[in-house]
Design a protein around this ligand. Structure first.
Ligand code: MLT
Length: 302
């Protein structure tokens, strides 16, 4: 009989796979395995019973990886399980940045009581006019599970897609996404693209990669999307670029105080993976991984 602690609620589809004890918990005492979504585990104490941690999600920056390695605790994540949910929100973000859908909705709500909507519709059409993404260049930095899905979807919307990932071979990137131009450097993306979306983990060499230097290489009026991690973007430099108009819109899934409320920032409260399907996929994969490890000794991170 193994003991599983869920530090965050995970979906019923995952919980239904437990035949042993699982408990919602805020600590890891006595647990054989811990399942976690976004809660930080950095300040939590480990005891000798813990054998595995499963992150129901992609990013593992909330897990003390070094401490786990030192103590022989196996860490799983669920690569790709929520990629489609994030992809769809990235596409929605590109459309929100291009068409003033939110402005239009607010205008209708504010004006509906006056009964003047039909009369003023021409004014609204002008005020909320946008641009199309068809034919525009999209740069995708990071061609992992999410980046590849975004790149493919964008080609179907008529975009010319550039992809860059120093860790993916040209061959495998080509196999994954045949219709994209493979940039040799991130600078090529910065210089060429109208929209840039980042899908890389937060590592020492990616933190702050979008900063005043990289932004200075970009086209005036570029749209930047960040659904990966807040620390990839230097907030101060981004605010300056939004204020000067160098960056037309910054769409981010991280409502940090520096960026929330800044004009031309479209800020979402980390909803990329918040779909029924993604939550089920992540929970099922995480539970399967830890059970297979504890019961059969298998370490399979998929
Ligand atoms: C992830 O790392 O998978 C994302 O941050 C989504 C999430 O867990 O909410």
């Amino acid at each position: 009989m193994y003991k599983y602690h869920c530090l965050n609620p995970i979906s019923e589809a995952g919980l239904a796979r437990f035949t042993d004890d699982y408990v919602p918990a805020s600590d890891m005492k006595g647990a054989d395995a811990v399942l976690v979504r976004s809660a930080s585990m950095h300040d939590l104490e480990f005891d000798g019973s813990l054998k595995a941690v499963a992150r129901a999600g992609a990013g593992v920056n909330n897990i003390p990886l070094e401490r786990c390695a030192e103590q022989g605790i196996v860490v799983f994540n669920t690569p790709g399980a929520n990629a489609n949910g994030v992809k769809e929100l990235v596409i929605a973000g590109m459309l929100l940045a291009s068409r003033d859908i939110l402005g239009g909705i607010n205008w209708v709500q504010e004006n509906e009581e006056d009964g003047n909507i039909a009369k003023d519709a021409e004014k609204a059409k002008k005020a909320f006019a946008g641009c199309e993404i068809d034919g525009k260049k999209l740069g995708v930095i990071g061609l992992g599970a999410i980046g590849v899905l975004v790149a493919n979807a964008a080609t179907h919307l008529g975009m010319e897609v550039y992809g860059y990932d120093p860790y993916v071979s040209v061959d495998s990137a080509w196999r994954l996404s045949r219709n994209i131009h493979h940039a040799k450097t991130a600078d090529e993306i910065y210089k060429e693209c109208d929209y840039i979306t980042i899908h890389v983990p937060a590592l020492d060499d990616t933190k702050g990669m979008i900063n005043k230097d990289s932004i200075s290489l970009m086209k005036d009026g570029v749209v930047i999307l960040n659904y990966a991690r807040d620390v990839l973007v230097n907030s101060e430099d981004m605010v300056d670029a939004l204020v000067s108009g160098k960056v037309k819109k910054y769409v981010t899934d991280f409502p940090t105080p520096e960026i929330a409320g800044v004009k031309n920032a479209i800020v979402i409260p980390h909803l990329g993976a918040s779909t029924e399907e993604s939550e089920d996929n992540c929970a099922v994969m995480a539970v399967k991984q830890v059970k297979d490890f504890l019961e059969n000794g298998n370490i399979i991170n998929s």
